[in-house]
Write a protein that binds this ligand. Sequence first.
Ligand SMILES: [Zn+2]
Length: 226
Amino acid sequence: MTDIFYDLETKELLDPNLPDQETAIRTLTMSVGVTWCECHDAQTFRTTAPLIKHLLVHDRIIGFNIVRFDNTVLAWSPDRPARDPLDPDALRVPDSPIELKKLLDQKSFDLLADLEARLGHRVGLAALAEGSLGRQKLATGPQAVVWNRLAVALRERWPLALTNVGDTEGAERVNELGAWFQERLEKYCLQDVLLVKKIFEYGVVNKRVAYIDFEGERRVVKVQWR
Ligand SMILES: [Zn+2]
């Protein structure tokens, strides 16, 4: 069985005050997605069509909060693989968002959904990483959103404006800075993928994981992951 781990970042933040969260998640756009699997190692995606195709060639998709969040963003993304009769991987992808979501969910093992069912409440990835591995997350979702905005603006808008006024050195610098923010964003996304992988493997081996609760106490949860 081939497993693939994945996580994606979005261009906008989810507004937790909106009454219909499911619909709000459907309108979010991916900025970057990262996968890790033994067969292909780490891969970075800036568009959803190749990411969807890549995920579906694996037997099991593992992530954190993917059923509620990441799979929904992917399934409702207008950028999906073209139906090329010569490409069996593309033909595997259903046309309708509801069908695609169903297929992704069927293949998914979601650590958060599993823990929520056991605990009766949600836990954060940061709390789980700290409790189980003693490790911190590199950044936060809101930081990733700002980094993406900066990377895009620095790459697409300012180099041209500077070139137009004859400042080629400035244009180069701005390009470099944009690339630096892009790299930070992709590194952060990859780190979350690898954290989920480590937590999953920890749970498989130890039959338990731990998280830090709101009072700073370390709490242990038994799991039956394989
Ligand atoms: Zn693979």
